[in-house]
Design a protein around this ligand. Structure first.
Ligand SMILES: *[C@@H]1O[C@H](CO)[C@@H](O)[C@H](O)[C@H]1NC(C)=O
Ligand SMILES: *[C@@H]1O[C@H](CO)[C@@H](O)[C@H](O)[C@H]1NC(C)=O
Ligand SMILES: *[C@@H]1O[C@H](CO)[C@@H](O)[C@H](O)[C@H]1NC(C)=O
Length: 474
């Protein structure tokens, strides 16, 4: 009832300026001249054989799930797919198999690569991404094959033979590992998927019982100095190296400073980090781009709620998490952990956006939190957004096509009128302005935009605890 009453007031306020003032519109002023970081995009992973869940879905559900993930007008519009480069000798459990199932006994031996043309469903999912216009494919190894490591196993930690402090009787495997990654990238390119970024570590500060490899930033720099020229020699100059996928932001700061000290930062595209062991709390101390490449709620039971007391799996919590990274912490990309997962894995927790259960699927509001950011396209630049009002946070971006994307979160519990205005009072008359919001009842639902009679402000009515996105074109 209350929101209905406020909505009526809003409609009335448009016609009567004096009332508009009294109702105190929350006004976001965008200054496109004040530029910050460049955006690469938003993404998900389907590593550890999860991609097969979509491969095995019958139509029309298969297409529906692909649209939910990739479609820029009806789904989340993800623009980055993070694939796992396998290192395991077989596909037991949910492991990702390597393209080098048998390894020579020394780095000077013969490398017999074996490509199954599937890569646990990830190749197919990537090819579908290409069809939807996705242009960024991040190939990320959790570990080198076991033969190249101090512990002779791709699981249980161990370190790449040949980096500082890790010498092995079998020799220095840095060049072999670089060649291996190049081979993987070439196999994808030959299948029509342009790999744009490559990573060679995952959580190198954590020993896991599955594929894992330990590394400091200094040791990573030793390898980057071999990988960069190897990519270049193979005509892969445009493939960026990402490093190092630490478990948390504090670890990433160490990686960034050690790589810089070792003189390898110039060869790094983005310093990458997860948010498990420490959360993002401001910009990384680096000149390289920063990507958050894996995070999810690993504890809560499967939830599709937008807001249920601020739980770690709530869509609203995720809207705030992504906002904090992109607007407050200088991130160029935010990648969720698994896009899809089944019911059996990890007691059906919230580490996925979409639950695929046999031939059925269920969509969480976490996906719609990401969808609210789909108006921010790759190569957008974040710009200044200042706010007069309260309980609203806002960010603004200028897309490559010149359109302006504004995202805002209403942290209050009541409906508020949120207005967007351009710095200097630049008129919005004649521009195409659309807005969408997500809350408990709507999924990126389009709302009516009202432009004030003087053309200075475009406003919408936003329910409590909703996220709203504006797109100003023309
Ligand atoms: C995206 O969704 C819209 C609306 O459902 C549809 O018209 C369009 O064909 C979809 N795009 C692709 C690439 O499938
Ligand atoms: C090098 O890569 C570019 C695309 O990045 C391609 O057009 C070109 O044919 C490649 N050249 C060789 C020699 O492979
Ligand atoms: C933000 O990131 C960019 C690289 O994308 C970097 O050049 C800039 O220094 C960073 N700004 C801050 C405040 O850390």
């Amino acid at each position: 009832m209350l929101s209905l009453h406020l909505a009526t007031l809003v409609a009335f306020a448009v016609a009567a300026p004096s009332l508009e003032t009294r109702q105190s519109t929350q006004l976001i002023t965008v200054n496109p001249a004040q530029k910050y970081q460049t955006i690469d995009g938003f993404g998900f992973s389907a590593a550890f054989q999860r991609a097969n869940l979509i491969v095995n879905l019958a139509e029309p559900k298969q297409s529906e799930v692909l649209n939910l993930l990739y479609n820029t007008t009806s789904g989340a519009g993800f623009s980055i797919l993070r694939n796992g480069i396998g290192s395991s000798v077989d596909s037991r459990n949910d492991w990702m198999n390597t393209i080098l199932p048998t390894c020579p006994s020394s780095p000077s031996g013969t490398f017999n690569y074996k490509w199954d043309g599937k890569d646990s469903g990830q190749l197919w999912l990537s090819q579908k991404g290409v069809e939807f216009g996705v242009k960024q494919f991040y190939a990320n190894a959790w570990s080198a094959p076991g033969c190249m490591k101090t512990n002779g196993n791709d699981a249980n930690g161990g370190t790449l033979c040949g980096v500082s402090g890790a010498s092995c009787a079998s020799g220095d495997w840095k060049q072999a590992y670089a060649n291996y990654l190049v081979k993987y990238i070439q196999l994808y390119i030959q299948s029509g998927v342009p790999i744009t970024h490559v990573g060679f570590l995952n959580e190198p500060d954590y020993t896991a019982s599955y594929a894992s490899m330990l590394s400091s930033g200094t040791q990573a720099a030793d390898f980057i100095k071999v990988l960069r020229p190897t990519l270049d020699r193979n005509n892969l100059t445009s493939v960026g190296i990402n490093c190092c996928e630490g478990t948390g932001w504090n670890v990433a700061n160490q990686h960034a400073s050690q790589i810089a000290s070792a003189g390898a930062l110039g060869s790094v595209y983005a310093i990458t980090s997860h948010e498990y062991s420490s959360r993002i709390n401001g910009p990384l101390n680096t000149r390289a781009r920063a990507w958050q490449t894996e995070y999810s709620d690993l504890n809560g039971g499967w939830s599709t709620a937008w807001y249920s007391n601020g739980g770690a799996g709530d869509g609203f919590t995720w809207a705030n998490t992504v906002f904090n990274g992109m607007v407050n912490s200088n991130l160029s990309a935010y990648i969720f952990w698994e896009g899809i997962q089944d019911r059996a894995t990890n007691n059906n927790n919230n580490e996925k956006l979409i639950l695929i259960d046999g031939q059925n699927y269920y969509v969480s509001k976490r996906l719609w939190a990401f969808a609210q950011f789909r108006i921010v396209r790759p190569e957008a630049v974040r710009v200044a957004a200042s706010l007069s009002g309260n309980q609203i946070k806002s960010g603004a971006f200028v897309n490559k096509d010149g359109s302006i994307a504004v995202v805002a979160i209403n942290s209050g519990t009541g409906t508020q009128t949120v207005g967007v205005k351009l710095d200097g009072g630049v008129s919005l008359t004649g521009k195409k302005i659309r807005a969408w919001y997500t809350d408990n009842s709507k999924d990126m639902g389009e709302v009516q935009v009202t432009v004030s009679s003087d053309g200075s402000t475009a406003s919408v009515s936003v329910p409590g605890r909703a996220m709203v996105s504006f797109l100003v074109e023309g």
